[in-house]
Design a protein around this ligand. Structure first.
Ligand SMILES: Nc1ncnc2c1ncn2[C@@H]1O[C@H](COP(=O)(O)OP(=O)(O)OP(=O)(O)O)[C@@H](O)[C@H]1O
Ligand SMILES: [Mg+2]
Length: 270
């Protein structure tokens, strides 16, 4: 399977006909099962917009998004469901991605039933508990009857990852999916994601500001600046010999541990 964006662009127009924002400009991108592809770039560079285009949550202004060479057809309901199963999303805003009126077991159970992963109530429950365990929400039964507002932000994010994993997708588009998690939980969830890649061949489109994480887990990296992909390549190539000055700037400005930061009085010297 191959998920591909071909010279895809997205322009947002303001309602009153004012200025338009070119959020993504002629971006070409490929994701495949078994590959951990990272998208990096400063805030506002268009990463989330590209993710939404890849997920077909928004329509491109021009260009196309294709699965195995076929443009995604949103009007074909069966095709849309199959697309959604193969390409799952874990988006940036956990509050907006979970239905506040549904318990966790309902939220996860309904996608399991919709996509026919399991049917009998006991099987649905077993699968739900299994994926909650995977993302470190154990014992799962403690969380099943909670509502989103009864969870922490990190727990909501983990529920989203669990729900995505439940469908055995081929590709997961994860937009800052682990950024808000505590360091220890983050490492655990990241390990789960890498395990799924290695064991089941799940592919990732992984959007993050966390360059150390990219360095650790990515296979391939795309660098975005002002809506454009300015550079892409194998992870080692990007980190060891970045070609674009913007990539070098990003790598140089990567956050360092507080203890490694120069004392305030030295900062002006550099
Ligand atoms: N629905 C929208 N309507 C209008 N403009 C939008 C919309 N969504 C995004 N934009 C604009 O498009 C540009 C790219 O936004 P996007 O959210 O894709 O950036 P990003 O790289 O994900 O940033 P961040 O790292 O802060 O999440 C920004 O200028 C943003 O203001
Ligand atoms: Mg974003």
């Amino acid at each position: 399977m191959r998920l591909e964006a071909k010279r895809v662009s997205k322009t947002f127009r303001s309602r009153r006909g004012g200025h338009a924002v070119s959020a993504v400009k002629e971006a070409s991108f490929v994701a495949q099962p078994g590959q951990f592809v990272a998208i990096v770039g400063e805030s506002g560079s268009g990463k989330s917009t590209l993710a939404r285009l890849l997920l077909y949550l928004i329509e491109p202004t021009s260009g196309s998004v294709e699965l195995d060479g076929a443009p995604v057809n949103r009007r074909d309901r069966a095709a849309a469901i199959s697309y959604r199963r193969n390409v799952q999303a874990v988006l940036q805003d956990p509050a907006g991605s979970l239905n506040p009126r549904k318990r966790i077991d309902q939220t996860i159970g309904e996608v399991i039933r919709l996509h026919d992963i399991a049917r009998r109530a006991a099987d649905v429950r077993r699968k739900t508990e299994e994926v909650l365990d995977i993302v470190g929400m154990s014992p799962a039964e403690r969380f099943l009857d909670r509502y989103p507002h009864e969870l922490s932000g990190g727990q909501r994010q983990r529920v989203l990852i669990a729900r995505a994993i439940a469908l055995n997708p081929k590709i997961i588009v994860a937009d800052e999916a682990i950024s808000a998690l505590d360091a220890s939980v983050k490492a655990g969830v990241l390990k789960v994601m890498v395990d799924l890649k290695e064991r089941l061949g799940v592919g990732y489109v992984f959007i993050t500001h966390d360059l150390p994480v990219v360095r650790k887990v990515a296979d391939y990296v795309y660098v975005m600046k002002a809506g454009e992909i300015v550079e892409h390549g194998e992870k080692d190539k990007i980190f060891d010999s970045p070609a674009h000055p913007y990539t070098r700037m990003l790598l140089d400005s990567a956050p360092v541990l507080p203890s490694h930061r120069p004392p305030a009085h030295e900062e002006g010297i550099r």
